[in-house]
Ligand binder design. Structure first.
Ligand SMILES: Nc1ncnc2c1ncn2[C@@H]1O[C@H](COP(=O)(O)OP(=O)(O)OP(=O)(O)O)[C@@H](O)[C@H]1O
Ligand SMILES: [Mg+2]
Length: 304
């Protein structure tokens, strides 16, 4: 089971995250990024965080420790914004904590320009994303961080935020475990990811036994009440069955032919031109946002 801790002090909201996670201190003297059960993304996002994050760890990828955080909204009374207060109020009880990496930097396109990533490591990450159908590891929303950054050791890539993986669990009846993965805008596509080496190395490690161990970590409360399944264990078994079928069908979803930087830039330019064409004359000079981040990624401003 994941370790259970209790939140003791509210530090800050992470407004760059769509679900507005919070940074909390806890009674084990830790600091965690807490994702809430009451967020718009819902409990399924937390289920995906646990299953994909623990799978990443089991496969040897760097991923911060996860804990279950008992949260009493009263401790976050200093939060001034009504919508965040409502999120907290809707999340009393067990939420998900991810070890906070102090000083970590988001892996943005600017960072990517100067930080080399080994094709073997890139291949492992792309392979995990393809297996778990993660739609949120793109160039401008990489959900990758560099840590440490203070010179004590060389910075390394860390995975975060798998809330948008396992997309099949939103439509169990329509999900095909052999479905191809759309990797064209993957954050690591430009590093020549060696997905074949990753498949040979990692696929044999994804056993039914490993998947059962991992799904057992998900709290019952996050799996209960699903119309598709009578019990939390039935839901767990569906994740095991799907992921095990998918890993054995890797030949059908293994991404290949990653587009180069020039090809992606040309694609963005084509889309921008199409958008401009459809605009009235007075709107034609508005800045082109194609291929640009949708939201500010640098949240360090919140820590003052
Ligand atoms: N463990 C961590 N340590 C340090 N910073 C973190 C950690 N987890 C998240 N962050 C910071 O908070 C930001 C938002 O986190 P995250 O992407 O997990 O939130 P989210 O609400 O799921 O976001 P979204 O769905 O919008 O991508 C990250 O981009 C990163 O800057
Ligand atoms: Mg994110």
């Amino acid at each position: 089971m994941l370790t259970e801790v209790t939140a003791t002090r509210y530090l800050t909201p992470l407004r760059s995250g769509g679900s507005v996670p919070g940074v909390f201190e806890t009674d084990d003297l830790g600091t965690y990024v807490v994702k809430f059960t009451g967020s718009a993304q819902g409990r399924k996002a937390l289920v995906a965080e646990v299953i994909v994050g623990e799978l990443a760890r089991a496969l040897g990828l760097r991923f911060p420790e996860l804990v279950l955080v008992d949260f009493d909204p009263a401790i976050a009374g200093s939060e001034p914004h009504q919508e965040v207060r409502e999120l907290h109020a809707a999340s009393a009880g067990t939420n998900l904590g991810m070890d906070y990496l102090p000083g970590a930097r988001d892996f943005t396109p600017e960072v990517a320009e100067v930080f080399p990533v080994d094709p073997v490591e890139a291949g492992r990450i792309v392979w995990l994303d393809a297996l778990t159908v993660n739609v949120d590891r793109t160039v401008h929303s990489s959900n990758l961080m560099l840590w440490p950054t203070l010179g004590v050791a060389p910075p390394r890539l860390w995975l975060i935020d798998h809330g948008a993986a396992l997309v099949f669990h939103h439509r169990w009846d329509a999900s095909d475990p052999a479905k191809a993965y759309d990797f064209r805008h993957h954050a690591l596509g430009g590093y020549g990811p060696d997905v074949r080496a990753a498949d040979a190395e990692l696929a044999p490690k994804v056993t039914e036994e490993l998947l059962r161990t991992i799904t057992a970590e998900v709290p019952d409360a996050w799996l209960a009440g699903e119309t598709d399944f009578a019990t939390p264990d039935a839901a767990r078994e569906a994740y095991v069955t799907y992921l095990y079928a998918r890993v054995r069908a890797s030949a059908q979803w293994l991404p290949t032919d990653f587009p180069g930087a020039a090809e992606l830039a040309a694609e963005n330019a084509r889309r921008a031109a199409r958008t401009r064409q459809g605009r009235p004359a007075w709107l034609k000079n508005v800045p082109d946002l194609h291929g640009r981040p949708a939201a500010e990624q640098d949240w360090s401003v919140h820590l003052g």
